[in-house]
Ligand binder design. Structure first.
Ligand SMILES: N[C@@H](CCC(=O)N[C@@H](CS)C(=O)NCC(=O)O)C(=O)O
Length: 150
């Protein structure tokens, strides 16, 4: 498989999962700061211009962290990464959707790529503050959820 990723980004979770599963894959670094993700050769692979993207053995591309994580878990049942009951499956999806959509997309994105929310540097503090608030709130929620499961 071909794994398109950027070191230090949200693709790291999928990178760790691929390693944990002892999968064979080639890494392709997509340099976000220089805009590799908007270049035609990458857009042809992932028109969303986001990483991660996983090109599988049949040549099809899978995107979105929760979808890639789900597919990897379900196609490696012996690793027992995916729960078995509808309740636990729903809880796993609930957590992945929250982390990818809210914690990452609404929280950390405001801190790491502030300029995509507001071009003018003087507006950046007003973008980062709610990002920080979202992260603090979501970490508390996830901490409580994980403590409940323990
Ligand atoms: N919903 C996507 C989000 C992926 C995403 O936003 N990745 C960031 C890097 S952490 C990215 O590609 N940013 C490029 C951009 O937004 O221009 C997923 O779950 O894979």
């Amino acid at each position: 498989m071909k794994f398109y990723m950027t070191p230090g980004s949200c693709s790291t979770g999928i990178h760790i999962t691929l390693e944990e599963l002892n999968e064979n894959f080639e890494v392709y670094i997509v340099n976000l700061p220089t805009g590799d993700h908007f270049k035609a050769d990458y857009v042809a692979i992932n028109p969303k211009s986001t990483i991660p993207a996983l090109v599988r053995k049949d040549g099809s591309t899978l995107t979105e962290v929760p979808a890639i994580a789900y597919w990897l878990a379900r196609t490696h049942p012996r690793a027992r990464l995916w729960p078995e009951t509808p309740e636990l499956e729903a809880r796993a999806l609930e957590t992945m959707a929250y982390v990818a959509g809210t914690v990452h997309g609404q929280g950390f994105a405001r801190i790491f790529v502030t300029q995509t929310f507001a071009r003018s540097p003087e507006d950046h503090p007003a973008v980062r503050k709610p990002g920080r608030d979202i992260i603090d709130k979501s970490f508390a929620i996830l901490n409580d959820a994980l403590c409940d499961e323990a």
